[in-house]
Design a protein around this ligand. Structure first.
Ligand SMILES: Nc1ncnc2c1ncn2[C@@H]1O[C@H](COP(=O)(O)OP(=O)(O)O)[C@@H](O)[C@H]1O
Ligand SMILES: [Mg+2]
Length: 249
């Protein structure tokens, strides 16, 4: 689905963030990316979307080498980019409208989802009138509805309270299992990464030359109870330790 082959990238004349990074993602996989702040996670997403291009190396998306990636992925950036002049409903409907759906049908499809997302009653509000967590849910909904086979989610649930976060995780997994989209998911939350993913990529070195890769030893469907499984608890401890070491360095 996605392959980086020896990708090197730095911003302007600054030091490289990625150095000869290679990895592959199979169709339908759910991958989480963890690593301390500033390690290059969001940069990887900007390269996948085509907002930035590698200085050397190649990126292949769905069999197409380089270029032509803009508009081919569903992307939720770390800063939600809701259009301030559109209401919640109009923001959420955007991907459906772009796909050519009539406004009325788009609204009919979105309204129940807003309800499900705890956003009922906000449909006619503008983004500036919403809390951070609410804006995040609208941006998340919009990215998922883009219908692209590759979904990039950059810390999509970071501003949510614990209960809402669990509900959103479950919604995402249910949808992912139904539609077999491929998901790349950046998070700070190790438990979230373990619950959601097939594999976890950890960024440890700077510049990033490779990932430390963790295969999550859980089948599907999963339940929260699986997180208490001794093997998972041990993995969690291991991940936290590695991330802590990174921060101390
Ligand atoms: N537009 C930019 N111009 C210059 N430097 C940037 C830009 N965006 C990010 N950086 C730098 O690149 C590094 C990696 O950033 P980023 O990918 O956002 O990290 P992460 O998402 O892991 O927190 C950081 O040192 C950051 O300061
Ligand atoms: Mg980031």
């Amino acid at each position: 689905m996605l392959a980086f082959d020896k990708v090197t990238f730095g911003y302007g004349s600054n030091d490289n963030i990625l150095d000869q990074l290679s990895f592959k993602i199979r169709p339908g996989e759910f991958i989480s990316i963890v690593g301390r702040s500033g390690s290059g996670k969001s940069t990887i997403f900007r390269l996948v979307t085509g907002l930035d291009e590698p200085s050397t190396g190649t990126i292949t998306l769905d069999g197409n080498l380089n270029g032509q990636r803009l508009g081919k992925v569903g992307y939720m950036p770390q800063q939600d980019l809701l259009l301030p002049w559109r209401t919640v409903l109009e923001n959420a409907c955007l991907p459906l409208e772009i796909a050519g759906m009539k406004k009325k049908s788009a609204h009919e499809q979105i309204m129940p989802l807003l309800q499900e997302f705890g956003l009922a009653g906000t449909e006619n509000n503008y983004p500036e009138e919403l809390s951070g967590g609410m804006k995040q849910r609208v941006a998340f909904l919009r990215a998922v509805l883009s219908g692209n086979p590759l979904l990039l989610l950059d810390e999509p649930f970071s501003a949510l309270d614990a209960i809402t976060k669990l509900a959103m995780q479950e919604w995402l997994i249910e949808r992912w299992e139904k539609r077999t989209a491929t998901v790349l998911f950046i998070t700070h939350d190790v438990e979230e990464a373990l619950f959601l993913s097939d594999r976890i990529f950890m960024l440890r070195n700077k510049p990033v030359t490779s990932f430390e890769e963790i295969e999550v030893p859980l089948g599907r469907p999963r339940s929260r109870n699986d997180l208490h499984n001794p093997e998972i608890l041990q993995l969690k401890e291991q991940l936290l330790c590695a991330l802590r070491e990174e921060v101390m360095q």
